[in-house]
Ligand binder design. Sequence first.
Ligand code: FES
Length: 234
Amino acid sequence: MKINIQRASEITSFSIDIENATLLEVLTYIKTKIDSSLAFSSGCRSGVCGSCAMRVNGKEVLACAYKVQEDDLIEPLRNAPIVRDLVVDMQKSYAFNKVAKAWQTTLNEEKIQTLHVSPQQAQINELQSDCILCGSCYSACPVYSVNPEFIGPFALTRAWRYVSDARQNDVEKTIGAVQEKGIYDCTLCGECIPVCPQNIAPKQDIVMLKNKSGVLGYMDPNFASSFGGFDLSF
Ligand code: FES
């Protein structure tokens, strides 16, 4: 079997004698038997840690979950600096979780006394909690590719995960944090959905954040500018 790997500015082809293997198994084989200089990231080897995300034939996959096909082209994720070969630096997209204030805030005493979380409420953000920060959604996002300050898919999904949590104390702070370079910059193209290995739909979470923003009195600046910048706050 032949596979092709994008390394720096050139594509290197490898002939390997393994069948029915995952991409991570093939990369490990190449590194241990053929070329020890090949660089890639991995951790859990079972689709949990998110560190082995890369692209195959232009689509984001987890290397440990993808079965290699003849003549596949393997490339690093897009929209992140390449460290070497298939390893990219994800620090910038991780930092967007902080920009979006996407974390659990402590309940105040009054809320602790009165709070009752039903089993249904507890399930609302179960899916979003499964995000493994693999970065596939940032790689696939056409907005992030031209606007590197866009908060981006997984940070906005994480923001919704906490905004929708009945135990969250300061929803307004997170909603306020995703107005600038956040929810209104998303074009709702949906490219982030099919690449998510956890079946999360960041686009839907962004829609939910937009709805919540409307409830809290925020307005889509694109809507306001379509009225020529008139003051619509009557
Ligand atoms: Fe952890 Fe692939 S090695 S998700």
